[in-house]
Each structure stands twice: as structure tokens, then as C-alpha cells.
Write a protein that binds this ligand. Structure first.
Ligand code: AHR
Length: 632
């Protein structure tokens, strides 16, 4: 038996209050077709082929009946929405939206769905707005009278209430009588979004995030920030204001080379409906600090690696300054006033900004320095995050650290990424013990244990999660220097994916967390503000971490048993224990969760009986993570 003595009076190092957060990127339909609550795919008829070879403007739409359905661009709704649909036909002819990945969308009996569209009709006409099931059987419909006939666009809204549960529902828009109508920005949202936001988030997915208690949210990526061409670069200014002012961009993850299960993702675009305003608002709703990542004037270095010339970088730098003003500026400042018009006069309280995603090399650092110079001149309080490149070791990584040694004060933190084997995570538990504390702090901005190589199926099984848990104890021990960490990617749509493993999987109406998700959840919800001394007598076949809450009343002890055998522990504290809740995660090492068995690997909780203010002997199952939440 091992005895662990926790000396709460010997606090060894502070633990960053932001240690556990989340990283969001629109990959695997995480945004459009995922977290973003919009149910209509290609709502603005703007989809196009990035090579200009194919006309995708009708993608995800089909005719019902024999109506004339064409795409027009004369006198569009806005500059950003240059195309619209024209329907001409007789009564009950119209169009049907097939949803993201042509899988329709789920509706729930008695739940309300907000329909809206822009319409233009020369003569008075009405539309029939209808929800059907996959077989085309109507389940609810309403008539929409287009009262304003003329040359202008009018926005119409109505609420539809589903009459039954349906996992694969479709939206149909039919002509109420013979005639013609132009339509654009056709939208359907569940009324019940996360925090009831109108342009809000899918509730079940956002609640999974809420349960992680994320202390920060990194957004919007990821390689998507960089893009594959200058036009494809993520520009935050395209993502704010009214939806009709936000252009559509293609999603770099739609490319054939990324599809993992043979399905095409040709409908994978960025509507920017989940834009920077919604992101800041979501951070507020989650109680997380925003950590935006902006384009550093470079496209993805894994591919084309196009560079914005240094003498043309001003626009990119100005975008960064304007983003800070959008987030924090007074409501009468140019960008702050747009935030206020959108409904948030108070500042969002932006404190951090990452320049570039996964960048490396000289070209990056000369661009980073140009951003840093301007931002620290106008906003010296903003903490800047630089990049250590695509991996956690090797030439590019060493070059980044060499730059930091020369430029210690030019970054608050450096973003390190590691997609490595479970064994790497075990071998690196002490990675940060001897890191030079005079250098920028570490943001472990993307990590995940990959059970196989890059091309094989990489499962998020219990072994991967167990090794991540062991590694996280090392982060807690060094959380004076490793100030933030987040798993990546966050979401994956089970039917269409470009990357695995992911933390959370979903389909139209169901969602489940991987074993790694539950490790994150347990760790994030039980972390104190300082790391305390824990002495071990005997050989413990695992690793541990003890942290104390700010007021000293709660002690969190994490024990990761890396052996396959049950091991016994006697835990002693220097202060009497009032109560203790024990959370346990254990499973066979190859166990996974799935839509069919979402809780196959999930924590159990129990209150421990105490003997004269002491904990009983603990028996930690083989391959387990145990978290003790002690009230002292
Ligand atoms: O998380 C998936 C990808 O991995 C990110 O887009 C990129 O930053 C990294 O290469």
C-alpha cells in the first residue's frame, strides 16, 4: 500500500485560473452544421467551387414538383449575398432544403422553430412553409402571405411547431398559387437555443461545453484562420453585423484530401453566422475568457504557405487593432459602436490575442513582430500569444524558442501543439518541470493523444484519455508557467469528418463525450489555485496532483493509476477532512463511447465515509482516474 501525505500548508506554486479551456474550429462540421443553430444549408445560394469549376449555388436544395427554380444575381439582397433563388410555378410547387450533409435536421415534437427569409415579389402571393419527414410526409405547415409586392426585399418571420419527433426533417417552401418570387437568406432555427439567443447555438452541444466549465475559449482555429488562399483567409470583419452583410467563404476542410470516411463534404462552407459577436457572447454565456486567433498574413504553411508582403501587412495589423476596438472600445468608437448596435454596448473584456495559428520560421516571426509592435503601442494591456509551430519538438520548435530567448518581452505566452502517441504523453509528464520561467508562458493550445498514426483510424479510447490525464497532472504541477491548455479538435459530426479523434461527437439529435471529454470535465471542475506538496511512501504505479482552493477550504486530489492492477492508497492530510466526494473513471483500455453507448466510459461519484476526519483506505482500479474533492 502507498501512503500519500498531503501537506496543504506547503503551497509549491500557483495554478493558473485559466488552465482548462476549449478550442473551437469549424472542422468536422463543428460550426455550420454543428454548434451554430442554423438548420438550413446553403441558406443564401452562395456556395461555389473554390476552383471555379462547378456551380454549387443550388447545392442542398431540390425542386418539389416541376417549378422553375433558378439562381439570379441581378439586384441582390446585399453585396455580400450576391445570389438569390427565383421560383416560378403553380400552386404547391417549390423547393426543399436537404440540410447539412443532405441529412436534413432533427425536430422535436411540440418544439418551436423560427423560420425567416427575405422575399421579393412583383405581385401579391403567398408561400406554404412546411416541415416534412424524410419521406416527404408533411408534419406541419403554415401559410406566409407576402404582403409587400414591389421591387424591394422584405424580411418575413414565422414560427413552426413540430407535430412529432423526427431525426431527418426537411424544410419545404411552396408557392401558394401560380406566380413568381425571389428568395434569399432562408433560415430555420430552433427557438430553444443555448441561452435563448436568436442567432444562437445548438443547445445540446453548447451544454456539453458548459459542463466542461471552460475558463477560456480559443477561436476560430486552427488552420481555418490561415486558409488555403488569400481569399480564404479568415477575416473577422466578414463575420459581424447583420447576417445579410456576412459573405460566405468556403471551408478549407471541404477539400477531398481531408475526408476521412469517403463521404464528400462539398457543402462545407463558412456562413460566418457564428461570427465574432456570437463568439464573444458565447464566451460570456460560458463564463470563459475569449482567446481569438487572427491571421498573421500567412496562409497555411502545411500547404501553399502564401505570404502577405511585409509592406502590405498594414491592413492585417489594422484588422487586429480593430478587433480589439470591436471587443473593448467605447460604444461610440467606430468598431465599438457596431458591437453596441448588435446588442452589446458593454465591452467584452478582451485580454488575450493570438497572432497566427500554427506558424513557424523566420517569415512568421518577422510578421509577428510587426503585429506586436503596433498592438503593444496602442493596447499595451493586451497579452499576445505567439506560436511554436506545428509540433512540440524539433527544428521549427527550437527556432521558435531561440526567437523567444532573444525577444522575451514580445509575447505573453507561446502556443505549443502536440498531437502525439499516448506513450509520448506519459514520457512527457515532467516536460515542463524544468522549463525556463523567464521565457513566455506556455499555452498548450492543441493537444490530443492519437492512438494510431496520421492516416489510420485514431480512436479516442480510454487508454488515450488515461495518458492525457497523467500528462495533465504534470501541467497542474507547472501551472505557474503552463497557463492554458485545451484539447483539439472539439467537435466531430459522426457521418462527415475530416479529423479524429475529437472531444465531442454529434449527429442530428444526439451528442456524446469521448473518454477524453470526461477527463477534461473532471479535471476542469476540480482544480484549485495552488499546487501543494504531496509526499509518497511506497511505490504508486501512477501519478498524482494535489491543488488547494483559494480560500483553503477545498483540496482536490487527482490520482491516475497507470497499471492494470488495483492499487491501494492511504491518503493523509495535515488538516482534518470534513467531507469527501470521490469521482472515478475506469474502463478497459480500448473502451470507447458511441451514440449507442454514450456513457460507456463516464465518471461515477460517491461520498466517502470518514473515520475520525480521515479518509478510508482507497482501492484504485487498474487503469483509472480518481479525483477526490475534499472539504477541509
Ligand atoms: O485541430 C486540427 C488542426 O490541427 C488544426 O486546424 C491545426 O492548427 C492543427 O494542425
Amino acid at each position: 500500500m502507498t501512503e500519500l501525505k498531503i501537506n496543504t500548508s506547503n503551497t509549491l506554486s500557483p495554478v493558473s485560473p485559466l488552465l482548462y479551456g476549449i478550442f473551437f474550429e469549424d472542422i468536422n462540421y463543428a460550426g455550420d452544421g454543428g454548434l451554430y443553430g442554423e438548420l438550413i444549408a446553403n441558406r443564401s445560394f452562395e456556395y461555389y467551387d473554390s476552383n471555379g469549376e462547378n456551380d454549387l449555388r443550388m447545392l442542398c436544395w431540390e425542386r418539389t414538383g416541376d417549378c422553375d427554380f433558378s439562381i439570379k444575381s441581378r439586384f441582390p439582397l446585399s453585396q455580400a449575398h450576391g445570389n438569390y433563388a427565383r421560383l416560378t410555378g403553380t400552386q404547391n410547387q417549390g423547393i426543399r432544403n436537404l440540410g447539412f450533409c443532405k441529412e436534413g435536421f432533427a425536430v422535436q415534437k411540440d418544439m418551436a422553430y423560427r423560420f425567416s427569409c427575405y422575399a421579393r415579389n412583383a405581385a401579391p402571393i403567398s408561400l406554404i412553409i412546411r416541415l416534412t419527414d424524410r419521406e416527404g410526409i408533411p408534419q406541419c405547415e403554415k401559410k406566409l402571405a407576402l404582403v409587400r409586392a414591389g421591387h424591394g426585399w422584405t424580411r418575413y418571420t414565422m414560427t413552426l411547431t413540430a407535430s412529432k419527433d423526427c431525426k431527418y426533417a426537411f424544410l419545404e417552401i411552396l408557392l401558394g398559387k401560380e406566380g413568381s418570387v425571389d428568395l434569399d437568406l432562408i433560415s430555420l432555427f430552433p427557438a430553444d437555443t443555448f441561452h435563448n439567443r436568436e442567432n444562437g447555438m445548438r443547445k445540446d452541444l453548447a451544454e456539453m461545453l458548459q459542463a466542461l466549465s471552460p475558463k477560456f475559449m480559443r477561436f476560430p482555429g486552427g488552420c481555418i484562420v490561415e486558409g488555403r488562399s488569400f481569399d480564404n483567409m479568415y477575416c473577422w470583419k466578414d463575420t459581424i453585423g447583420s447576417l445579410s452583410a456576412r459573405p460566405t467563404n468556403w471551408n478549407r476542410w471541404q477539400m477531398k484530401e481531408y475526408q476521412l470516411n469517403g463521404h464528400s463534404s462539398e457543402d462545407y462552407f463558412q456562413s460566418y453566422g457564428l461570427g465574432f459577436y456570437e463568439y464573444f457572447q458565447l464566451c460570456e454565456d460560458l463564463g470563459a475568457k475569449p482567446i481569438p486567433v487572427i491571421n498573421a498574413g500567412m496562409t497555411c504553411q502545411w500547404h501553399e504557405g502564401l505570404l502577405v508582403e511585409l509592406d502590405r501587412l498594414d491592413k492585417w495589423i489594422q484588422d487586429a487593432l480593430d478587433l480589439i476596438e470591436f471587443a473593448n472600445g467605447p460604444s461610440d468608437s467606430p468598431w465599438g459602436s457596431i458591437r453596441a448596435e448588435m446588442g452589446h454596448p458593454e465591452p467584452f473584456g478582451l485580454e488575450y490575442l493570438a497572432i497566427g495559428n500554427e506558424q513557424w520560421g523566420e517569415a512568421y516571426f518577422e510578421r509577428y513582430e510587426a503585429f506586436q509592435k503596433a498592438i503593444s503601442r496602442y493596447y499595451p494591456q493586451i497579452r499576445l500569444i505567439t506560436s511554436a509551430g506545428w509540433t512540440s519538438e524539433g527544428k521549427d520548435f527550437d527556432t521558435a524558442y531561440a526567437w523567444m530567448r532573444e525577444n522575451k518581452d514580445k509575447a505573453y505566452a507561446v502556443d505549443e501543439h502536440f498531437y502525439q502517441s499516448p506513450e509520448w504523453f506519459l514520457a512527457n509528464i515532467r516536460r515542463y518541470d524544468n522549463y525556463d520561467r523567464s521565457l513566455p508562458k506556455v499555452f498548450a493550445g492543441e493537444y490530443a493523444a492519437h492512438t494510431c498514426g496520421q492516416t489510420e483510424k485514431r480512436e479516442s479510447n480510454w487508454y488515450a484519455a488515461l495518458c492525457e490525464a497523467a500528462f495533465l497532472t504534470g501541467l497542474e504541477r507547472n501551472a505557474d508557467h503552463v497557463v492554458m491548455a485545451c484539447y483539439a479538435p472539439l467537435f466531430g459530426r459522426t457521418s462527415h469528418q475530416q479529423w479524429q479523434p475529437n472531444l465531442i461527437w454529434f449527429d442530428n439529435d444526439s451528442v456524446y463525450g469521448t473518454p477524453s471529454y470526461y477527463v477534461q470535465q473532471l479535471f476542469s471542475n476540480h482544480v484549485g489555485t495552488c499546487f501543494v506538496e504531496t509526499l509518497s511512501e511506497g511505490t504508486f504505479t501512477g501519478i498524482y496532483s494535489s491543488t488547494l482552493s483559494e480560500d483553503g477550504s477545498r483540496l482536490y486530489v487527482k490520482l491516475v493509476n497507470l497499471s492494470g492492477q488495483t492499487t491501494s492508497i492511504k491518503l493523509k492530510t495535515d488538516r482534518p477532512v470534513e467531507s469527501c466526494v470521490l469521482y472515478e473513471l475506469s474502463a478497459e483500455i480500448d473502451a470507447v463511447n458511441s451514440h449507442a453507448s454514450p456513457n460507456n466510459v463516464s465518471p461515477s461519484a460517491r461520498t466517502l465515509p470518514l473515520l475520525s476526519s480521515e479518509l478510508p483506505e482507497l482501492h484504485l482500479p487498474g487503469y483509472s482516474v480518481t479525483v477526490l474533492d475534499l472539504t477541509l
